[in-house]
Design a binder for this molecule. Sequence first.
Ligand SMILES: Nc1ncnc2c1ncn2[C@@H]1O[C@H](COP(=O)(O)OP(=O)(O)OP(=O)(O)O)[C@@H](O)[C@H]1O
Length: 262
Amino acid sequence: MPLRLEGVEVSLGRRVVLHPLSCTIEAGECIGIIGPNGAGKSTLLKAIAQLLPYRGRIWLGDEPLDRLAPEVRARHLSYLAQADRVSWPLAAYDLVALGRRPYRRGWQWGDDGLSEKDRKAIEEAMRATDCWSLRARSVETLSGGERARVRLARALAVEAPVLLADEPVAALDPRHRLEVMALLRAQTEGGKAVIIVLHDLSLTSRFCDRLLLLDRGQSVGFGPALEVLSPESLGAVYGIEALIGRYRGEPYVLPWSCHEMP
Ligand SMILES: Nc1ncnc2c1ncn2[C@@H]1O[C@H](COP(=O)(O)OP(=O)(O)OP(=O)(O)O)[C@@H](O)[C@H]1O
């Protein structure tokens, strides 16, 4: 189902932190949201996830998202937050199982409430993110990267048609970064829309179909990576120069030097 944003605008306190934004994200597309610190990337993702009040309208297919019943919305949107705080000793498996909460009907004491389908989705998500071997470990005892993979597994276990991920690879080593980006991209093959907030310009350029470049709450580019990330836009938005090219046919953007501050 396509996701359509129509004049989406967010104010926090007295400030407009996201100016009216309209765009359509097709089913089966992987979109990278990029931009400097404070540009409004997480704000936009939270607005799509219905976690912030916004003006305008967001449509999933023919339905305005804010009109969907919460339990229906929870099955349609999966959101992986940027924050990485886990404050209680929960087994990794149980954290991932929370991703199946939107499907649960009843619950009785002593019953984990998981169906066979739930267990399959949990195991698949944990194996795909290379954390099945961590399933019995308390999430408090995991390293930052291990915990990030468990949290991503929770988001994948929802099996929602729209997956929103805020900096899903920030804590990961290079190999796991590549694996997780390939995994997120692979989600689109079944028709999911995947929207990822990322700072790594090479990973976004390579794995996302289109990039949305935000600067001070405004959209300043939306399209294929090498159209959006030109030497001019990198200079104007980030104040940097970068090596831009293709390797084995795929784009990369490697930040290289900072412009002199005026
Ligand atoms: N509760 C709030 N009240 C007022 N301003 C806020 C609030 N939350 C965020 N902001 C401001 O909104 C702007 C956008 O924040 P947001 O977190 O969306 O940026 P971002 O692009 O995700 O940044 P980063 O790359 O640093 O994570 C920032 O200037 C931030 O200071």
